[in-house]
Ligand binder design. Structure first.
Ligand SMILES: C[S@@+](CC[C@H](N)C(=O)[O-])C[C@H]1O[C@@H](n2cnc3c(N)ncnc32)[C@H](O)[C@@H]1O
Length: 230
């Protein structure tokens, strides 16, 4: 089954925008808190476009995602950014970028270390000289900490249950969505999202091998943000 086919229906409502606000701040800091203008910016795994759309007025913005439903949701909200359905481990664009970022554990959706390396290599290939590559990922510790947890959320149109299972370097989110119908019945959707992770030191090594440099710009037990420069 395709990922995010149904979760796309409630993604923005479920996630809120706190995290995306935080990403915007991180990017601003990289540009020394100057307004980011006239840059070519690409987001890998852009989802509903909640982050990239914030830069679309003043920059050339692009977003790629493997889910056609997420891309459709992004296009509805933001008519300026060029959104495309593509695999971040295997994208080819006739443009080069000043900034490429991959936010909110999108890279964890790639299952193998060799796939992560491809994302890094491909990003480097698409960056201008001095271009920046920024990404974050869920750590193995995060997976252990959310093992066997269940989240329930009720909103005007949806009732959602998400339960998580972690084992080794994988974590799966089992998502059940009940969509309220006009006649008070419910439509039921189910899907599973699986993430993979790797030790932080190993990821840093991979990035360094590709870019020749890598810096942790923020680290908590659960999430690490890495910056590399071409
Ligand atoms: C957790 S969401 C993050 C979305 C967005 N970056 C945000 O901050 O809201 C992960 C996204 O990665 C996308 N994704 C998963 N595998 C992908 C791949 N191989 N190539 C491109 N996008 C992918 C999913 O479809 C989903 O939209």
């Amino acid at each position: 089954m395709k990922n995010y086919q149904f979760f796309s229906k409630i993604y923005d409502e479920f996630m809120g925008t706190k995290y995306q606000d935080f990403y915007e701040e991180i990017l601003f800091k990289l540009f020394k808190n100057e307004p980011i203008k006239n840059k070519a910016i690409l987001e890998l795994g852009c989802g509903t476009g909640e982050i990239i759309k914030r830069f679309s007025e003043d920059n050339k913005t692009f977003g790629i995602d493997i889910s056609s439903e997420m891309i459709r949701a992004a296009q509805k909200k933001d008519k300026i950014t060029k959104y495309m359905i593509m695999d971040m481990a295997d994208f080819k664009l006739p443009y080069s970028f000043d900034v490429i970022f991959c936010a909110f554990d999108s890279i964890n959706h790639i299952s193998s270390a060799s796939g992560w390396k491809k994302v890094f290599q491909n990003s480097k290939k698409h960056l201008n000289d001095n271009g920046l590559f920024v990404f974050d990922f869920n750590t193995l510790e995060k997976f252990s900490s959310i093992n066997n947890k269940t989240l329930v959320k009720n909103s005007k149109n949806f009732y959602t249950i998400i339960s998580t299972q972690a084992s080794r370097n994988k974590c799966s989110w089992d998502i059940t969505i009940f969509e309220k119908e006009i006649d008070n019945s419910y439509k039921l959707y189910k899907e599973k999202i699986v993430e993979s992770s790797f030790p932080v030191e190993g990821v840093m090594e991979m990035v360094k091998k590709v870019f020749g440099n890598a810096k942790i710009i923020k680290r908590s037990k659960e999430r690490v943000f890495i910056l590399a420069k071409k």
